[in-house]
Design a binder for this molecule. Structure first.
Ligand SMILES: Cc1cc2nc3c(=O)[nH]c(=O)nc-3n(C[C@H](O)[C@H](O)[C@H](O)COP(=O)(O)OP(=O)(O)OC[C@H]3O[C@@H](n4cnc5c(N)ncnc54)[C@H](O)[C@@H]3O)c2cc1C
Length: 361
């Protein structure tokens, strides 16, 4: 997510529609940018490169030879393992700081968790509830951060992200006041990052907007709804956009390329690179890097075990379930959100189906 704040300076993920063909890797790298550079002419040059409609992402062969060309004498600055949202974001951030970056993804970009999200760009409404009830400043800071990121993502990739109204049904007047006040507070906290103001709709107005909405709860009638706004994204295309933009910024980005073992310095046992298999051609090669970033998401323990077979697992998977429903369960352009006892249900239309999801806390 922090990538998007940095991308404020870049202003686009224009490469989202680019294909891996043509162009040159070496020409896109600009060694004059320091790793801690936060802006200036070099970043402006990257921005122009990325915004150029004729810019083409280098071909697979060029990307692979850039990885193979990283030797022990001339290593990459960073090798990123995993082409999900995290790895692609890391690669883009590092490449725009002028670092020499490689990224390998064993399947396709976004084939892991990053294409299976609920596709929400949360502004952190759930954290706001915790911040208020637990008087927790840390949670409030999380809300500010999430709101800023939400704004940046939508500004940077308006072709893949948009504001989405979410309806919260209220089956008692207490709920109506509670949600109205809570969501007005959310508007207030959002300040200039606000997408649209939240508002209350009567029961009659609500069923006109959302015809499949239940008019009766267990033993109560619908009193009305509060509609607030969050962001929605096309998660997998956004991920591919990040990976392609990283490639335009000079990273050597290769999908269907799996890290199968690590290269270690014999004396110090330090990891100095990786042995990679191209899963399309079956070809194996080495690439060297000063730093290796494990961005393998839920698979990161298996990558850690490649480095140390005795590594203790550090991932504790949590469950999230999507129930896929036909699109007529929810109107186009309106999501729903219901929270009870720290358990939240979301329902959103995406590509002509409804993804309904429950989550805890
Ligand atoms: C049910 C659910 C709903 C969610 N909803 C939202 C939401 O609405 N909004 C939101 O912002 N977030 C949401 N999230 C969180 C978000 O999806 C994840 O935080 C994000 O996708 C994690 O991305 P990642 O890159 O870390 O992992 P992944 O996308 O899983 O990427 C890891 C990649 O590493 C690759 N890999 C593994 N081993 C190797 C290897 N040896 N060599 C090369 N590559 C390797 C894998 O193939 C994989 O593609 C949700 C998560 C879940 C589970």
């Amino acid at each position: 997510m922090a990538t998007f704040l940095r991308l404020r300076h870049l202003g686009a993920t224009a490469a989202a529609v680019a294909v891996l063909s043509g162009g040159s890797y070496a020409a896109l790298r600009d060694p004059s940018v320091a790793a801690n550079d936060r802006g200036g002419p070099a970043l402006d040059a990257f921005r122009r490169k990325i915004a150029d409609p004729s810019a083409i992402v280098p071909s697979r062969a060029v990307q692979e030879s850039a990885l193979i060309g990283a030797s022990s004498d001339n290593p990459l600055d960073i090798l990123v393992i995993g082409g999900g949202a995290t790895g692609s974001g890391v690669a883009l951030d590092a490449a725009t700081r002028g670092l020499r970056v490689g990224l390998v993804e064993r399947e396709d970009f976004s084939s892991g968790t990053s294409s299976r999200s609920t596709k929400l760009i949360h502004g952190g409404v759930r954290y706001l509830e915790k911040a208020v009830f637990n008087l927790d400043y840390g949670q409030l800071k999380l809300v500010f951060h999430a709101l800023e990121e939400r704004k940046q993502i939508i500004e940077n990739a308006p072709h893949l992200c948009h504001a989405l109204p979410c309806m919260t049904p209220c089956f008692s007047w207490f709920e109506a006041v509670y949600y109205w006040m809570g969501l007005k507070l959310y508007d207030l906290v959002a300040g200039p990052r606000l997408l649209h103001l939240s508002r209350y709709y009567s029961a009659q107005e609500s069923v006109e907007l959302f015809p499949t909405l239940a008019r009766k709860g267990k033993d109560r009638n619908l009193k009305g709804t509060v509609v607030y706004y969050d962001g929605q994204m096309n998660d997998s295309r956004l991920n591919v956009g990040l990976a392609c933009t990283a490639a335009l910024a000079g990273a050597a980005v290769l999908n269907h390329a799996e890290v199968i073992s690590f290269l270690k310095d014999e004396a110090s046992e330090r990891i100095i690179g990786a042995h990679i298999r191209d899963n399309l051609s079956g070809r194996e090669f080495d690439t060297y890097a000063k730093v290796v970033v494990n961005a393998a998401g839920p698979f990161c323990d298996s990558v850690r075990k490649l480095a140390d077979k005795d590594a203790k697992p550090m991932i504790c998977p949590s469950s999230g379930v999507h129930i896929v429903l036909p699109d007529y369960y929810s109107p186009e352009g309106m999501g729903s959100m219901v929270g009870e006892n720290s358990c939240w249900y979301y329902g959103f239309q995406h590509d002509h189906y409804i993804a309904a999801r429950t989550t805890r806390g």
